[in-house]
Design a binder for this molecule. Structure first.
Ligand SMILES: O=C(O)C(=O)C[C@]1(C(=O)O)C=C[C@@H](O)C=C1
Length: 286
């Protein structure tokens, strides 16, 4: 029997690829039609930012759980990120303001990975500049490194009731080799529906800050600290996970000899998840 020529089967496979590409494109356009209807339901134009981080975090977790095959997860995630971020932009145009002070490349990678290239990007040197930029623009988004910056306690600028708040922590799903793995906080003037309270972020001012106090608070919550005022004063950004309260953290600080001068809620985000080496989705730190 004569062996089959490879050409027809290559053509057949390419026909399959064309069919899939066309179907994906048609589905994207259909998604656009749904978004057009969703705009009416959400009345985004009247109420500012269309960004709903809790919904996005859940969508990204489901993508990770569903994913299989030879396409890298990073690619699947980046495609869905660009789709969602661009449809957010289509609902209500916004700019991404990013703090480049800890390194431009990693921050730019994070902004482009999570928000794509259609959403305008504006760099700032320092978190204060990012937060100032959000003052003037209703639906804009700020990105600041989550690990803290040399500029100090930038989160204090979020304390006022009408100030922007932290609304998300990116990437939504963490992993050791994430291509845009710089941990960043997204800051915006949140729509009331957009507030996420699984992890609550508090700006806390203490005196008597010490290694013992840092260790006591660190047992219960993630803490970023910056010097504040007098010699042993500190400004803290405390991420209180679900199941814990800021009162417990305050009690631990006092028990370790610190005095707590003030504490103010400055935002919240979804529970953090990590993809393990085996590909399982687990809450970060477990
Ligand atoms: O579900 C919504 O509220 C939407 O606006 C849709 C959508 C999306 O494109 O899937 C866009 C923006 C939100 O942050 C979440 C999801």
């Amino acid at each position: 029997m004569e062996a089959k020529a490879p050409v027809p089967s290559l053509a057949a496979l390419r026909a399959e690829i064309d069919r899939i590409d066309e179907a994906m494109h048609r589905l994207l356009m259909e998604r656009g039609d749904i978004i057009a209807r969703l705009i009416e339901v959400k009345r985004t134009a009247e109420t500012g930012s269309a960004f709903r981080p809790a919904r996005e975090a859940e969508m990204m977790r489901r993508l990770v759980e569903r994913h299989r095959g030879i396409l890298p997860l990073d690619t699947a995630e980046s495609i869905l990120r660009v789709i969602i971020a661009t449809f957010t932009y289509v609902q209500a145009p916004y700019r991404v303001h990013a703090d480049l002070s800890t390194g431009e490349a990693a921050m730019r990678d994070s902004a482009r990975f999570h928000f794509g290239f259609t959403v305008p990007f504006e760099g700032h040197l320092g978190a204060a500049g990012v937060i100032r930029a959000l003052d003037g623009a209703h639906g804009d988004l700020g990105l600041v490194p989550a690990a803290g910056t040399a500029a100090g306690a930038w989160w204090a600028a979020l304390e006022a009731a009408d100030a922007p708040k932290i609304i998300a922590r990116l990437p939504f799903v963490e992993r050791a080799d994430h291509p845009a793995g710089l941990p960043v906080f997204a800051i915006a003037r949140p729509h009331p529906d957009a507030l996420v309270t699984e992890v609550r972020l508090h700006s806390v001012r203490v005196s008597g800050w010490s290694l013992k106090a840092a260790q006591a608070a660190g047992m219960l919550a993630e803490v970023v600290s910056a010097p504040d005022g007098a010699f042993d004063g500190a400004a803290l950004l405390v991420s209180v996970p679900a199941g814990r309260t800021i009162d417990e953290v305050v009690a631990a600080l006092i028990g370790a000899g610190a005095s707590v001068r003030s504490q103010t809620l400055v935002g919240g985000h979804a529970t953090r998840y990590t993809v393990s080496a085996e590909g399982a989705l687990v809450p970060t730190g477990h």
